[in-house]
Ligand binder design. Structure first.
Ligand code: GTR
Length: 398
């Protein structure tokens, strides 16, 4: 018998979800025009002011420098580029993007873009990937140590991705904003906000990482080998929360993938299953804007829920993945945010995932422009996940 280590009971915490198609003034959204012109902006305003904070616009001096390039990556399978993406003239604020492009290509290729946790060198065995520069390492989270290459390689199945005709690009999230609370002085907030006083709606760290993803997309748009209209944004866990927000704020992303994003990502907050708002805001006070903290222990008072973050992706394809042992991220709640967003996809003429029975482990489901699976195992990204993402992306980006 299959043992599920998560609660398969959808109603273990009875809740009623806000209707994404109900305007704050009570009107019902009936057309895609009304969604685009009225309801989507209303929800974006809510998510900005109450959850992620207001992200800034373009960097003051965005520019790019290719630091290294070789067509010999992975035995000639791919061209590697390592690129410094600078946000200011002095190049005090920058990230280093690692990109692989399949050599076997006829024209511009689609791409996956996502941030990583431990440095580009930790995503691969490739010995030519540069280590994070010392000025960056000095600002990384306390206790951060340069680890060996490839410690997170299992999360980045580069050769598999490349052989399927996709480019792939990543940067270390610490480059944009180190993952600890120092009052927003150690990352791009300092550059973008200067000495502007912060308030309850000020953007926080997840928003900064998402902003960094958009700057990478700015760069990909300059690359003739890349079809920048076909870039999927992907992230795991806190970076899955980030990929969802990047997909919401930047509609240039053609497809959005949430891998085990859990609380404040895909998981329905009102279920209060696994990680709750109180816990996440206590442990990671820098991730969300201050107004979000008002909902600690009061999830049912939220004027939105996470299915509406998923709805911000519509009508673009969205994929939500969970892992069977990842009860902390609430796989059931992650699934139900898809179900809750389906009506918005319907508005655009696409079917959505509506089955109220949570799918079995490793039975991927794709309906219309929504995809889902629960991988057997722990909180992580594995080859199984990439196999599903590629076959989902093949439907829309090829
Ligand atoms: C956990 C956190 C989760 C998730 C995870 C991760 O500590 O509670 O929300 O973000 O970290 O990013 O791996």
């Amino acid at each position: 018998m299959m043992v599920l280590s998560y609660s398969a009971n959808a109603q273990d915490n009875p809740y009623e979800l806000p209707d994404p198609l109900k305007m704050e003034d009570g009107r019902t959204v009936r057309t895609k025009r009304q969604w685009i012109k009225e309801r989507r902006p209303e929800l974006m305003e809510m998510l900005r002011s109450q959850m992620f904070g207001r992200e800034p616009g373009q960097a003051p001096d965005l520019h790019f420098a290719v630091l290294e390039e070789s067509p010999e990556a992975f035995g000639g399978l791919a061209t590697r580029k390592q690129v410094k993406i600078s946000f200011d003239k002095e190049e005090k604020y920058y990230l280093t993007l690692l990109m692989y492009i399949p050599n076997d290509r006829k024209g511009p290729v689609p791409a996956f873009l996502g941030a990583n946790f431990k440095g580009n060198h930790a995503t691969t065995t490739d010995p030519y990937v540069m280590l994070p520069p010392p000025d960056k390492v000095a600002t990384f989270a306390p206790g951060y140590q340069i680890e060996e290459r490839n410690t997170n390689g299992h999360r980045w199945e580069y050769e598999y991705i490349l052989k399927h005709g996709y480019a792939v690009a990543t940067f270390c999230y610490n480059d944009v904003d180190p993952d600890f609370h120092d009052g927003f002085h150690n990352g791009v907030h300092k550059l973008m906000d200067g000495d502007k006083p912060r308030n309850g709606e000020s953007w926080a760290t997840i928003s900064a990482w998402a902003w960094g993803l958009s700057r990478c997309l700015d760069f990909l748009e300059t690359q003739k080998e890349i079809d920048a209209k076909k870039v999927a944004v992907i992230g795991h866990s806190r970076l899955g929360k980030t990929s969802l927000w990047a997909g919401a704020t930047d509609q240039r992303f053609a497809l959005v993938i949430s891998n085990d994003s859990g609380c404040s990502g895909a998981a329905i907050a009102r279920r209060k299953h696994g990680e709750t708002l109180e816990v996440i805001n206590r442990n990671f006070p820098h991730w969300f804007c201050d107004n979000y903290k008002a909902y600690n222990g009061r999830e049912e008072k939220m004027p939105w829920d996470q299915h509406e973050l998923i709805a911000m992706i519509a009508p673009r394809p969205v994929y939500v993945a969970s892992a069977s042992e990842d009860d902390w991220a609430d796989p059931v709640g992650e699934y139900f945010s898809l179900v809750g967003a389906a009506s918005v996809y319907n508005l655009f003429g696409y079917e959505g995932i509506t089955d109220r029975n949570v799918p079995e482990i490793e039975h991927p489901v794709v309906v219309g422009r929504m995809g889902h699976h629960i991988r057997r195992g722990e909180h992580n990204v594995r080859l199984y996940d990439w196999q599903q993402y590629i076959s989902f992306a093949d439907r829309f980006l090829k």
